[in-house]
Design a protein around this ligand. Structure first.
Ligand SMILES: [Zn+2]
Length: 397
């Protein structure tokens, strides 16, 4: 059951857990991550990371080593809000531990992955990092609002393009190879307003939209499952209309469309699919992919379209092989492999930039965004052990 990686981690377990409690106690909603980033930076400096920088967007990059093969362990440090506090059994920012379980907003999603990877760096400092490897921990921002935006920035603006990215979101200690993508669109139909007492003089945009809504509902039923990620989906999350008054025919109607994307479905195919609906053509409706442009905590705005591509790293990819060998070395048994239900920063590293990407993290996905969010302390220890083993197998591969 145990390995030298696990035994080495047990020696630093106290510091790892204390650090995890500290970062759980610092609230960090999207675009409000400044304080927690500073706390993680302090810990990296205390451990002796070779370089610790905060980029203009506010992402924290900690580096150890300077070899040609670059591996990055990514964890976003923002969390969703507490929600209805009365559903929590304890203070959502308590960081309390009971029976080996640590509680608090962000325990699963995903300060555990951050704490474990920061402390994998502590193991590397102790025993020495392989000469040919550069190890990064990226503590990134705004993921809950716009997954992948931070990694668009890191690759395009910071100029960091690792050979392997490990997304440390919760996987219940399994190796994950991808997830469905998603996008947000608006469909708009125009009409001609007139006095509500004689609607036949105008063209009602809401009536045009009624046909489009029915077609989109049928489209969702037609979408085909594709292995291994299953079926994409389409649904309407909002509708609104305009008219000169509440006593007039509506001259505009807009729906907000949430589209989940499986293998082979992209922004282009999804827009084309909506434009091809008979009702959309009859109404001469327009389709727009929405934009995200919210400032980070540093005040930087980095606009992007709300398109988050599907990604799936093949089982044959060397990264998956390296992770499998590292798992055997750390755990002494064969790994389970799977995929996330939710979306991660992999949409940018793998989906947009084609960087080999895998997932491995502490905690269980079903606790994410839920009351009484929690993770097992043992998961933190195992993840730190696995991450340090992966640096070794990555160095060899
Ligand atoms: Zn997350």
């Amino acid at each position: 059951m145990s390995s030298s990686y696990y035994a080495d981690t047990m020696e630093i377990k106290g510091d790892l857990v204390k650090f995890m409690q500290d970062i759980i106690r610092i609230p960090s909603l999207s675009s409000e991550e400044g304080a927690v980033v500073q706390r993680i930076r302090e810990e990296m400096l205390k451990i002796g990371y070779d370089e610790v920088t905060v980029d203009p967007m506010g992402n924290l990059l900690g580096r150890i080593g300077s070899g040609p093969r670059v591996i990055a362990f990514d964890g976003h440090v923002d969390t969703v809000d507490v929600g209805n506090a009365s559903l929590w059994d304890r203070d959502p920012h308590s960081g309390d531990i009971e029976d080996g379980i640590l509680y608090g907003r962000g325990a699963t999603d995903m300060k555990g992955g951050v704490a474990s990877s920061v402390y994998a760096g502590a193991l590397l400092k102790k025993r020495g990092i392989p000469d040919n490897v550069t190890f990064y921990v990226t503590a990134t921002v705004q993921e809950e609002d716009c997954d992948g935006l931070c990694w668009q920035y890191i690759v395009n603006e910071d100029g960091l393009r690792p050979d392997l990215v490990v997304i440390t979101e919760p996987t219940s200690l399994r190796i994950y190879r991808g997830h469905r993508g998603r996008m947000e669109m608006e469909v708009h139909a125009s009409g001609i307003s007139c006095h509500g007492s004689a609607p036949e003089r105008g063209v009602n945009a809401v009536y045009k939209m009624a046909g489009i809504i029915a077609d989109i509902e049928k489209l969702n039923e037609r979408l085909e499952p594709r292995e291994p990620l299953g079926k994409g989906t389409v649904t309407i999350s909002q509708i609104r209309s305009t008219s000169p008054s509440l006593c007039a025919v509506a001259d505009g109607c807009t729906i907000h469309v949430d589209r989940r994307l499986t293998i082979g479905e992209t922004e282009a195919t999804s827009v084309a699919e909506i434009l091809a609906l008979p009702s959309v053509q009859a109404a001469e409706a327009t389709v727009t992919v929405l934009e995200y442009a919210v400032p980070s905590y540093t005040g930087l705005t980095y606009p992007t379209r709300k398109y988050y591509p599907t990604w799936e790293t093949p089982a044959s990819e060397p990264a998956v092989q390296a992770a499998t060998v590292a798992y055997r070395q750390a755990f002494g048994r064969e790994p389970e492999v799977g995929h996330w239900t939710f979306s991660t920063n992999g949409v940018a590293t793998a989906g947009m930039h084609n960087i080999p990407t895998i997932g491995f993290g502490p905690g269980h996905e079903h606790f994410a965004h839920a009351p009484n969010e929690q993770t097992e302390i043992e998961h933190l220890v195992w993840c730190t052990a696995f991450y340090s083993a992966l640096v070794d197998t990555f160095a060899e591969g």
